[in-house]
Design a protein around this ligand. Structure first.
Ligand SMILES: *Cc1c(COP(=O)(O)O)cnc(C)c1O
Length: 395
């Protein structure tokens, strides 16, 4: 069946290029885990995860066990890390699908250990990654409870501590003070992990900002001190966006970041079509509550996209979409399923014309960062709220 024309196009080739570029920055100091959580940041897990694996990724990161099971069905060979942890009753799916869970509570270790025993798993055959809270106060164990999480890894346990992990939550700040403090806490915790006799292999740490912000060396130094390999976890950069850095960064912008601005390519375009056109007289109101009133005779185009597709209502009267290579201002409020744009100044607009909400047309470009600015949010949210009814198509 042909669909209502509101769709997303995914360029797998751009994604593969982005992975290779980021891997080039990381190598030989660090390995990458490609973050494909939340349906690959709204880009489609089914289209993106296999492309990233084709580009050479051996690790994928998802939020939940459910996402992990979905990733496993399209990437049978990949290592899959569940970064949001395991919930009661999910241990069986972790073991059955060879997922690797992040853990920071004894109950999570118990859940996985019980499932591993039930499946007859051999000693040390079920790897987990232990998360440390190094200052974000989100997930991860604090220093006081660390020992509780080290004791379950007895020699006859099916569990194996493969990696120690944390999240650098201020890698986009210029002075690096917070990251420095986090790394000191990691160093102290690793001393305790090794003193307890455990031998993890990987320090799993850092997002796109850490990778592009030139912090791989500082991270690797800590890892090396303990004989660990380094793993970074980029998300946003894979999808072609450079995170916004502290403006003070600009003075000493690392080469990785400058290169990233040139090399990373957007993966997603969001498109719709002109449904119909009307000419209105001056004084005509447009949309709910008439928040826009035509100031002169105008030509208006109805577009098949609304807030139920993920187009933020804040864009009403404050943003433009691309029609025939020109910017067409959104007039009035965005409805659930429809949006009206002003095409008075654009020649020859017809029903069926393609409209770009995010992406490029002619020499005009709209980025997720442009949306984020007007929606008062961040590009991550712009991508992840593109609704499930918007088809994702490979191009
Ligand atoms: C989402 C996430 C990432 C990726 O972050 P980006 O800023 O998109 O690169 C890395 N690590 C964890 C734990 C995450 O939740």
């Amino acid at each position: 069946m042909l669909r209502r024309p509101c769709w997303v196009e995914i360029r797998a080739q751009a994604l593969e290029n982005n992975f290779r570029f980021l891997n080039g920055i990381a190598a030989p100091h660090a390995e990458l885990l490609a973050i494909v959580k939340a349906n690959a940041y709204g880009h489609s897990l089914g289209l993106c995860a296999p492309a990233i694996v084709r580009a050479g990724a051996s690790w994928l990161g998802v939020t939940s066990v459910e996402e992990g099971v979905e990733a496993r069905s399209v990437c049978p060979e990949a290592r899959i890390l569940v970064i949001g942890g395991v919930f009661p009753g999910q241990g069986i799916d972790v073991v059955a699908n060879s997922l690797t869970s992040v853990i920071w509570e004894p109950s999570q270790l118990n859940e996985i250990e019980a499932a591993a025993h039930a499946a007859g798993a051999a000693p040390a055959s079920v790897p987990v990654h232990l998360e440390l809270d190094t200052g974000m106060s989100r997930q991860g164990t604090d220093e006081a409870h660390l020992d509780l999480l080290l004791t379950p890894f007895s020699p006859d346990s099916p569990l194996r501590l493969e990696a120690v992990m944390t999240h650098l939550f201020a890698a986009d700040e210029a002075d690096g003070r917070v990251t420095g403090e986090q790394l000191e806490r990691v160093d102290a915790a690793l001393k305790r992990v090794f003193a307890s006799g455990l031998r993890p292999e990987i320090l799993n740490i850092g997002n796109s900002a850490a990778l592009l912000g030139g912090q791989v060396h500082a991270i690797e130094e800590i890892a090396k001190r303990h004989g660990l390999g380094t793993m970074l976890r980029p998300g946003l950069a894979l999808y072609g966006l450079v995170p916004e850095f502290d403006p003070a960064f600009a003075a000493t912008e690392p080469q990785e970041l400058t290169q990233g601005r040139i090399q990373l390519q957007p993966v997603l375009s969001w498109k719709s079509k002109v449904v119909s056109l009307r000419s209105v007289k001056a004084g005509t109101s447009v949309g709910y509550n008439g928040t826009f009133v035509a100031t002169e005779p105008m030509r208006l185009a109805l577009i098949a996209v609304g807030y139920a597709d993920g187009l933020d209502r804040k864009l009403g009267n404050h943003f433009s979409l691309l029609v025939r290579g020109h910017r067409a201002p959104i007039v009035g409020r965005i409805s659930m399923d429809q949006t009206v744009v002003d095409v008075t100044e654009i020649e020859g607009v017809e029903p069926g014309d393609e409209v770009v909400l995010l992406g490029s047309q002619g020499n005009q470009v709209i980025t997720a960062a442009d949306h984020a600015k007007v929606s008062e949010t961040i590009p991550w949210e712009v991508f992840t709220r593109i609704g499930p009814r918007v088809a994702r198509l490979a191009v």
